[in-house]
Structures are given as C-alpha cells and as structure tokens.
Write a protein that binds this ligand. Structure first.
Ligand SMILES: [Zn+2]
Length: 111
C-alpha cells in the first residue's frame, strides 16, 4: 500500500505483513486510524481503518490461516516431544526393553 507523508511528502509503502498487523491492532483496540510512521521524518501519518480494510479485504482469512499454521506447527512440535518422552519412559519402565536394546547394541557392535 502506497502512502504519502503529509508532513514531508515522501512516498512510502506499507507491506502486506505490516497492513495485517495494523488491521489486527486497530480491530483489537477498536481504533479508527492506524499510525504509519514516515521512514524519512518519522512522523505518524493517520491511515483510516476503512482504507486499510479496502486495500486488504481478505485480511481476516489470511490472519486465520496464519494462526492455523502456527497452531499446527506448535501441535506437531508438542507431538514430537511427547513421542520422545514416551519412548524414553518405555525404555526406563520396562527392563526387558532396555535389555533388548542393550543386546541389540552389542550385536551391532560385534557386527
Ligand atoms: Zn515524512
């Protein structure tokens, strides 16, 4: 999204990611404007929430997708950790299993 600083007339752009976090922010805080800071003079330029929404109409879907992906990654990481833990528990809980593992190791060493 292209903007023109109202103080120094510099043209600058807001990335999709910035727009997404801006939309999330104004919605959560229930604000009418987002302050986009000019890269040259650092002053805040007000961008209307409606203008942001018009420029990025499907932002809520994109945000949902991103949240879903993040949750999925978290879930998979937790699952992997759980599997590791239960494998370690199984090894320590059953002496037979660890014995078998030791035997297998010995066999491997011999070979
Ligand atoms: Zn400026």
């Amino acid at each position: 999204m292209q903007l023109r600083c109202s103080y120094c007339q510099t043209m600058f752009a807001i990335s999709r990611d910035e727009m997404l976090s801006a939309l999330q922010y104004v919605t959560e805080e229930d604000l009418l404007y987002y302050d986009a800071h000019c890269p040259k003079c650092r002053r805040a330029n007000r961008v209307e929430r409606a203008k942001l929404q018009r420029a990025y109409p499907n932002w809520q879907e994109v945000l949902k997708e991103k949240a879903k992906e993040a949750a999925k990654t978290e879930k998979e990481a937790a699952k992997a950790l759980k599997q590791e833990q239960s494998a370690a528990e199984a090894a320590s809980a059953s002496p037979e299993a660890s014995e078998l593992q030791a035997k297998t190791k010995k066999t491997v060493k011999k070979a």
